[in-house]
Design a protein around this ligand. Structure first.
Ligand SMILES: NC(=O)c1ccc[n+]([C@@H]2O[C@H](COP(=O)([O-])OP(=O)(O)OC[C@H]3O[C@@H](n4cnc5c(N)ncnc54)[C@H](OP(=O)(O)O)[C@@H]3O)[C@@H](O)[C@H]2O)c1
Length: 324
C-alpha cells in the first residue's frame, strides 16, 4: 500500500484510510442504520491486515460507539494503527447533538476519547466542524495546549474554509484538513487544494464514494429500502432529480472501469487520489468484503486519458441536471 506524508508531520499515511462513521451503528441522529459490531471489528482488522495504517473516527459516530469499537479492535495489537478522531460535536442525556468548541468541553472530550480508544495519546485530533465560527480560535488554543501536554500528537481540522484556516494557523501549525471530496463534490478544488499545498497542510478527503452512491451497488429500490434511520435518505444526491442522473453516471463509470479490469468503487477513489495535494482518501466500510474491494484503488494511478474520460462523463451528468 502506498503512503504519503501528512503535511509537515512525520505521519506517513496509507493512501486509503478506514472511515468508521457507519460503524457507529443505529439509533442516533446521523446513523447509517443497524450495524453488527462483530462485522465492524472484522472490517477494521481486515483493513489493517491488507495494509491500511490509519483509522478515522469521531466521538459523535454512534455517540461514542465507533470510538469504542475502534478501541476494542486495536486493543492488544502489537502494531497499533495511526488513529485520528475529532471534537466539537457533543450530546446530552437525551442524545441531542450540538456544536461546542469551548475549552472545558474539548478538555473533557479528549479524556473521553482517550478512554474509549484505550490509547495514551491521539495521533491526529481534528475540529469536526468550525461551529460556532467565533469559537474556533479558543478551540485551537486549547488543542495546542493538549499537544504540549502530550495528549495529542498532531492537530487538524475538518470542514474549514480558507479564511478559517488563516485565522488559526499562526496559533499552532495545522497538520491536516479533512474536507469532502468526490466526483460529485468538487468545491475543494476552488481554493483549498492550492492553499493547503502552499501551506504544507495535509488533506484527508472524506466520502470519496459519496457515502456509497459511487460504490456501484445502489439502485432506486435500494434507496427506497434504506433503513428508516439511515441518514442518506435525507441527502439530495439520493433523491430525485439527482438520483437518476447519479445512477446513470455510475453505470457509465462502471463500463469505463470494467474495460480496465477495475470496479466503479475503485475508480471513484483512484480519481480522488489523482490529485497530489490529497494525502489520503478516507474510505468508509462496514463489511470486510467492502474494504477488500476498495483497497485496490490505492495502487491505481489514473492516466491522463482515464481522467479525461471521467470528465466527459461528469459533464454529461451536469448537462442532464442543467448545472452550468
Ligand atoms: N469530517 C466530516 O465531517 C466527515 C463527514 C463524512 C465522512 N467522514 C469520514 O469519512 C469516512 C468515509 O466517508 P463515508 O463513510 O461518508 O463515505 P464513503 O467512503 O464515500 O462510503 C462508504 C460507504 O459506502 C458503502 N461501501 C463501501 N465499500 C463498498 C463496496 N466495496 N461495495 C459497496 N458499497 C460499499 C458502505 O455503505 P453501505 O454498505 O451502507 O452502502 C460504506 O459505509 C467516514 O466514515 C468518516 O470517517 C467525515
Amino acid at each position: 500500500m502506498k503512503t504519503r506524508k501528512l503535511g509537515r508531520t512525520d505521519l506517513n499515511l496509507s493512501v486509503i484510510g478506514l472511515g468508521t462513521w457507519a460503524i457507529g451503528g443505529g439509533g442516533w441522529r446521523y446513523s447509517w442504520g443497524p450495524q453488527d459490531d462483530r462485522e465492524s471489528i472484522a472490517t477494521i482488522l481486515r483493513a489493517l491486515k491488507m495494509g491500511v495504517n490509519w483509522i478515522d473516527t469521531a466521538p459523535v459516530y454512534g455517540l461514542g460507539h465507533s470510538e469504542e469499537i475502534v478501541g476494542k479492535a486495536v486493543e492488544g495489537l502489537r502494531k497499533k494503527p495511526i488513529i485520528a478522531t475529532k471534537c466539537g460535536l457533543v450530546w446530552d442525556k437525551n442524545r441531542e447533538i450540538s456544536n461546542c468548541l469551548k475549552e472545558e468541553s474539548i478538555r473533557s472530550e479528549v479524556e473521553a476519547s482517550l478512554k474509549r480508544l484505550k490509547v495514551d495519546v491521539i495521533d491526529l485530533y481534528q475540529i469536526h466542524w468550525p461551529m460556532p465560527d467565533g469559537d474556533i480560535e479558543e478551540a485551537w488554543r486549547t488543542i495546542a495546549d493538549l499537544v504540549d501536554k502530550g495528549k495529542i500528537r498532531y492537530a487538524g481540522v475538518s470542514n474549514f474554509n480558507v479564511e478559517q484556516l488563516e485565522r488559526i494557523q499562526d496559533i499552532h501549525p495545522i497538520a491536516s484538513l479533512q474536507p469532502p471530496y468526490s466526483m460529485l463534490r468538487r468545491e475543494v478544488e476552488d481554493e483549498l487544494l492550492v492553499f493547503c499545498a502552499e501551506n504544507d497542510i495535509g488533506i484527508v478527503a472524506y466520502s470519496p464514494m459519496e457515502k456509497g452512491l459511487l460504490a456501484g451497488k445502489f439502485s432506486r429500490e435500494r434507496v427506497q429500502n434504506l433503513p428508516k434511520d439511515d441518514q442518506r435518505r435525507e441527502e439530495t444526491r439520493f433523491q430525485e432529480p439527482e438520483l437518476s442522473a447519479n445512477l446513470e453516471l455510475v453505470e457509465d463509470l462502471r463500463r469505463m472501469a470494467e474495460k480496465r479490469g477495475r470496479t466503479v468503487a475503485q475508480l471513484a477513489i483512484a480519481w480522488v487520489l489523482r490529485r497530489p495535494e490529497i494525502t489520503a482518501a478516507i474510505v468508509g466500510a462496514r463489511h470486510p468484503y467492502q474494504i477488500e474491494e476498495t483497497i485496490a484503488a490505492g495502487e491505481w494511478t489514473l492516466s491522463g486519458d482515464n481522467i479525461a474520460a471521467v470528465d466527459v462523463l461528469l459533464n454529461k451528468r451536469r448537462k442532464t441536471l442543467n448545472i452550468g
